[in-house]
Write a protein that binds this ligand. Sequence first.
Ligand code: NAD
Length: 471
Amino acid sequence: MTLIDQIYIDGAFVTPHGAELFDLHNPATAQVIGQVRLADEVDARNAIAAAKRAFASFSRSTKAERIALLHRLADALEVRRADLIEAVIEEYGAPMSRSAWMADYALGAFRMAAQMLETYDFKREIGTARVTMEPLGVVGIITPWNANAGFIAGKLAMVIASGSTCVIKPSEMSAIQTQIVTEALHEAGVPAGVFNIVTGRGDVVGAEIAAHRDVAKLSFTGSTATGRAILRAGAESFKRVTLELGGKSPMVVLEDADFAQAIPFALNAGFLNSGQACIAGSRILVPTSRLAAFEAGIRDAITSFPSGDPRDPTTVIGPMVSARQWERVQSYIAKGLEEGARLLSGGEGRPEGAADGWFVKPTIFTDVRNDMTIAREEIFGPVLAIIPYDSEEQAIALANDTDYGLHAYVAGRDETRARAVADQLVAGRVIINAAPMEMSAPFGGFKQSGIGREGGTFGLEAFLEPKAVMG
Ligand code: NAD
């Protein structure tokens, strides 16, 4: 049993004022594996005060100092890579290959920020004005459980690159991963107060950070519902906000698509991170004329996406993170059946032979209408909806008929045609034919998928405020 009973404020591990103990689980066994002592509002206020004090000097640090610090942070995390992978498997249930990717993404975030900073110019001249890009002050960072280390690292890297300081409130369900990350970052020798980590409840610590007058900016990743609450709380003191929220992303399979490539592309995009991914391609739009062939191909291919023990190297889909998440996914599968969608594979309950953990059968519905609940709401599990269409115009209209606009995917043989469709999709990012991700490109959503962008210079500038001096 792990007991995590310290938080990190002003460069030191300290016992929180909050005294509530929260159980941590292994999702593959549903067993309690540890407890975390949660921070409260008092801890959040102490952390904000430490970050405010540190801002006075850190905002004047040089670009070279920040680049060196970002490299030290990446190095320190690299030393703990194996521990972090183990924690991701144990506490989150991500399959092995995904866990390794998550650890590498986190340390890569610091390296990418350092690299970007090399060429970023904080000073420019516009007409007669000297314009400087100024750090904002104390940043409140609030993150979800589905990629804990990556979100902490990605946001902290930008805070440091910009010259701001921060208070981080990670998900209370990721405390073991957070502990490893915090220990690593502490080893890197960051000036006291530049980053503070207070694991606590969202409606306690998160709400305090979101409303506190000394917090200049909120960088949040999580659900659209919480994003709305944070936006309201921040409005009182006009906080800058970056909100990375939910999605219901379309995978548009064009008439000329090569199914040998399009089907694995669709399944990989849909089942990404065991389906617990904001960018999951959960609505698969398929031409009616080729629907039967697509369904047959999916039935064959889905056997290569087994759901099971995250430590088994052949596993692609791990358990859901919590009992609550498992029940939520089950309720959507039941809803799909109730609303008349046709089950192509999977269904309710655990996969055959699965242990007591929170395992879900990879589930695909077909003949789904875009107005059904399973096509409208983010399920956040391995449940995909095939929606037939009759013309390309209709496919584009269906793809865009959603409250979300985070991501989209297009599969098609003719690249010019695929790009023309991508250009008409209302989404922050579009991937054509399984092209690799460009990490320095902007990331974020249209509509209710969020506000602002992360990644590259767009991401950095979300932490800066231009100031013009004339004369
Ligand atoms: P969540 O919104 O429930 O929680 C996210 C964080 O917000 C947690 O740390 C939580 O404690 C905190 N929180 C909760 N209530 C709060 C409040 N009132 N004030 C301040 N903070 C509060 O989300 P989750 O269930 O942890 O994560 C899943 C969601 O995150 C999904 O909707 C998913 O799409 C989204 N997500 C988005 C992205 C993206 O980049 N767009 C990436 C990953 C996940």
